[in-house]
Ligand binder design. Sequence first.
Ligand SMILES: [Cu+2]
Length: 185
Amino acid sequence: MSGHSLLLTIFLASAVLIGTIFYYIYSTSLKPKNDTNGVKNPTQKRFFFFAILAFVVIVLLTITIPKSPYFIFANETPSKVVYVAARQFSFAMSYKAIDPKGEIEDVPIELNVGDLVEFRVTSLDVNHGFGVYNDKAELLTQTQAMPGYVNRLRWKFTEPGTYHILCLEYCGAAHSLMRTQFTVK
Ligand SMILES: [Cu+2]
């Protein structure tokens, strides 16, 4: 079992356990009354409402959790690694690993259509966002840039063009100016 599926299993098992405890408290704290004069017991209605709600939530989670970006391209080896250091108020991108205490290299990045790219994103000061936008200003994918951590973001670009990186987390007075770009051929 991979680390991801183990975490998911633990999460789901805890959710079922918590749900069972809540249901036990719910079922023992109400004294259902018999129907009188044709009026239905309101607690029964409430039970069905919550049962349907729980069903909808479980179905939606089952569909959407496997599609979350954390699992995307997890079983493939990236053909290119791009290192990103965010700082107030710019991004530095390089093909070489970034040493936060050394000189920060910032080189023009060129990627190929169809290549699996892994961005390794960190921050040199405060929390930033790393949002990848296409030419039409549509957000394709994103992760956080956090000091002391390296977040990996994998993506395959299907169209050539200029892509833009924008900070997605308010990080100071010049946050809105914090952007860079790279090309895909
Ligand atoms: Cu920002």
